[in-house]
Ligand binder design. Structure first.
Ligand code: AMP
Ligand code: ZN
Length: 114
């Protein structure tokens, strides 16, 4: 999707602080971090939102989680813990219409979300 910000980051057309990249996923630091560690994990494939996972093979969703767990481990978050967030649509607070999993950690995180 040429007009999609995260497709452009995945393609290398827009710079990002990339912490992981493979054939299927890219992980990069959020430009406006909400925690000491704040990384976004995205599929290279343009999937607009978590709702669209209903139309995607389950293996991709599983590999997204495995990749996010590796990103968290490599960021040193395993011992203290961390949070994954998938915002979906307007009420979920999604602002970029390309599926992305937030990995947040490095401090104690409040619950429930506001
Ligand atoms: P969401 O609100 O769940 O859609 O999350 C989108 C995230 O993308 C926000 O946390 C933004 O700070 C982040 N973001 C927006 N533009 C960029 C960018 N160019 N590089 C890295 N992160 C970005
Ligand atoms: Zn996209």
């Amino acid at each position: 999707m040429p007009d999609c910000l995260f497709c452009r980051i995945a393609a290398g057309a827009i710079p990002a602080d990339i912490v992981h990249a493979d054939d299927e996923f890219v992980a990069f630091r959020d430009i406006s971090p909400r925690a000491p560690v704040h990384v976004l994990v995205i599929p290279r494939r343009h999937i607009p939102s978590p709702a669209d996972l209903a139309d995607v093979e389950a293996d991709l969703a599983g590999r997204l989680l495995v990749t996010a767990a590796r990103v968290a481990r490599e960021a040193g978050l395993d011992a203290a813990g961390y949070r994954w967030v998938l915002n979906c649509g307007p009420d979920g607070g999604q602002t970029v219409p390309h599926l992305h999993l937030h990995v947040l950690g490095g401090r104690a995180l409040g619950w429930p979300p506001g």
